[in-house]
Ligand binder design. Sequence first.
Ligand code: 48N
Length: 323
Amino acid sequence: MSPPAATYDVAVPASNGNGLSVKKDLAVKNVANGQAKSLAELEDKWESFTFAPIRESQVSRAMTRRYFTDLDNYAESDIVIVGAGSCGLSTAYMLGKKRPDLKIAIVEAGVAPGGGAWLGGQLFSAMVMRKPADAFLNDLGVPYDDEGDFVVVKHAALFTSTLLSRVLAFPNIKLFNATAVEDLITRPAPTPTDPHAVRIAGVVTNWTLVSMHHDDQSCMDPNTINAPLVISTTGHDGPFGAFSVKRLVSMQQIEKLGGMRGLDMRTAEDAIVTKTREIVKGLVVGGMELSEVDGANRMGPTFGAMALSGVKAAEEALKVIDE
Ligand code: 48N
């Protein structure tokens, strides 16, 4: 039983003869007890400032209670989005807006979500998006410079942080960051042409730091999230990238990867958006992960395809989720 929160009865500084008003006196007393409803109330009262009381266990319980309630709640999700890069977050934003009834878990290997969308290209900060991706920015409320056939957001972090804040504000979406998808949950779904076909039915997860040390630590079993639909947007092949499509190959659900091709901005973006789709039953793939399946070109430092692939991935998901 945690002790009652103490309130500190600090002596209010003696008036310095200028006749501290009772109001100011009360305000100082409030601030001295960690009570202030506006920043203005804190101004010029630092000599008596203190935070409201706390015990360490209260902080620990505030965090763990919520996290493990979420873990329990989202153990059965309607949709899991793997990868919180610009495509995954755009997908989540569209689903969060359209379907507040769906329980959506986002699993992101990095501590910091956002993937490659915190900078433009080569660590430059501005982010370029070709039209009509400005429609997505308008919907989000992100300002940009209009350059004719394309627009420029003054800092990529303005786009990503705005998108992230909108996604995290949806009550039906939970972000599990620093958590890697280590495998896919499958169920037999034989077809006339493939008796070994499966449908995807969720994801297998582990703390990313654990995933990185399976080779040098004893067995550290994973956790799971059941979901009838997974949307994988894990980016092009890299240390963690292209996860789900590489797993589909190793599970012999697709024959081989097409492999991302060289940079060709004009073909790459159209291909990624128009071909965002359900690759196998229960798995929609979007963003640069898709380039690894279809052998699409890469587009380099232009991000409109990531946003609109997310818009399409959400549409593709809603076509199948109610089946
Ligand atoms: O930003 P990415 O890598 O992927 P996308 O598709 O959202 O955006 C791609 C975009 O940033 C580009 O690559 C740009 C347009 N450049 C193109 C080019 O030509 O170079 O985000 C993927 C996210 C990352 O945050 C990863 O940490 C995460 O997915 N991730 C995973 N999360 C959980 N489990 C995994 N197994 C996993 N693998 C990757």
